[in-house]
Design a protein around this ligand. Structure first.
Ligand code: NAP
Length: 351
């Protein structure tokens, strides 16, 4: 029997990606759609700001959106919820759900708390060990597992094999981020048409701190953060989906470009070993053409779960440059959360 899942923030940009990823899921079945009180009581098709090319799935379109209340989870007997709600309201709402059932969250609110796992399954699956510590400390029946900010996730996946094989001294990254990353109401058309905005509130801080937690080690006392600097400059560009990032990495050991390509291509993790339903066969694709990756051409690779890496160059000894691209609402949000839930379920951390 499939697990019954609910979606908090089901009408938003990330919420609809959850629907897309969960509609034919072999283990999970959507039983509850929750959003703001402005949407509650409406049919999903009337409440959602649907922006995906495919139609709203049959069976979802007529579902009634409900208030974001733990009572809804109890009425539907939900086993878990996925959360895609604004950070400002997540503190109390996610806690109310986590007291009872597991919450897999996209929201930044809890990411950096000591006992909350911030997980990219290919990179740091062992951080899920924090669940036990969290449940004891907070006395919750459920728990919260978070996935990182959408630009962080596309960076840490290629950084992990580089770090494991050559060590990292520092990372400098400049992002070119898609509009969907700001949510439906995010960036006014008058601000972005014919333009680029060199500021995304709190984004640089998130990239600089979250990367070090994810690339850190799980120890019995908690997470020991990775010990190098990350410098980020974040920009909004006029692309619908897909964050592109230009990374400059100072490594500890010298490398050859072919060695970098080899470790990126070989990289895989627990989702691939366990053949989790949402896992791409290879989390990284290395591109050889000078003008790739590009958002419009490459963001949907592996159903949006692959990070494309190209323009791999060596500037000086121990100085690596590359461009990476990932789908922000899939690998950077809903797909990431679903993969976290699949991993936690497969490891029998709930139900
Ligand atoms: P969005 O399109 O603005 O959707 C927000 C969702 O939250 C909608 O379902 C909305 O319901 C609901 N909501 C808003 N205010 C609420 C309130 N006061 N009470 C209850 N529900 C409320 O935002 P999004 O882009 O999907 O992002 C959702 C979360 O995921 C954010 O925390 C964001 O930072 C994070 N995230 C986004 C991305 C991305 O690429 N977009 C990537 C990673 C993480 P109504 O439709 O009823 O207003």
């Amino acid at each position: 029997m499939k697990l019954k899942v609910g979606i908090l923030g089901a009408t938003g940009m990330v919420g609809q990606r959850f629907i897309q990823y969960l509609k034919n899921h072999p283990w999970f079945e959507i039983e509850g759609l929750m959003a703001s009180s402005a949407s509650a009581g409406k049919k999903y098709r009337d409440a959602a700001k649907w922006y995906l090319k495919e139609e709203i799935p049959e069976g979802i379109s007529d579902m009634i959106v409900e208030e974001m209340d733990i009572k809804v989870a109890k009425e539907h007997d939900l086993d878990i919820v996925f959360s895609a709600i604004p950070a400002e309201i997540a503190k109390e709402i996610e806690e109310n759900f986590a007291k009872e059932i597991p919450v897999f969250s996209n929201t930044s609110t809890y990411r950096m708390e000591d006992d909350i796992p911030l997980v990219v399954p290919e990179v740091n699956p062992e951080h899920l060990n924090l669940i036990e510590i969290q449940k004891k400390k907070r006395n919750w029946n459920g728990f919260i597992v978070t996935n990182p900010n959408c630009s962080t996730i596309g960076l840490v996946i290629p950084l992990k094999p580089v770090m494991d094989n050559f060590g990292i001294e520092s990372v400098n990254v400049t992002t070119m981020q898609a509009l969907s990353g700001a949510g439906y109401e995010g960036v006014p058309s008058m601000a972005i048409l014919d333009n680029m905005v060199p500021f995304i509130k709190n984004e640089e801080e998130k990239m600089e701190s979250e990367s070090l937690k994810i690339l850190g080690k799980f120890e019995s006392a908690g997470i020991k953060f990775a010990d190098f600097d990350v410098f980020a400059s974040c920009n909004r560009i006029m692309v619908l989906d897909g964050h592109t990032e230009a990374a400059f990495v100072k490594t500890e050991k010298d490398f050859e470009i072919d060695e970098i390509k080899k470790v990126l291509r070989k990289f895989h993790g627990e989702p691939q070993k366990l053949k989790l339903p949402t896992a791409p066969e290879n989390p990284i694709v290395v591109m050889e053409k000078d003008d790739r990756p590009q958002p419009r051409l490459d963001r949907d690779l592996g159903n949006g779960m692959i990070v494309s890496v190209g323009r791999i160059r060596k500037k000086n000894e121990k100085l690596l440059k590359f461009i990476c691209l990932s789908h922000n609402t899939i690998r950077g949000a809903a797909g990431a959360s679903v993969l976290n839930a699949e991993l936690a379920y497969k490891k029998r951390l709930f139900v």
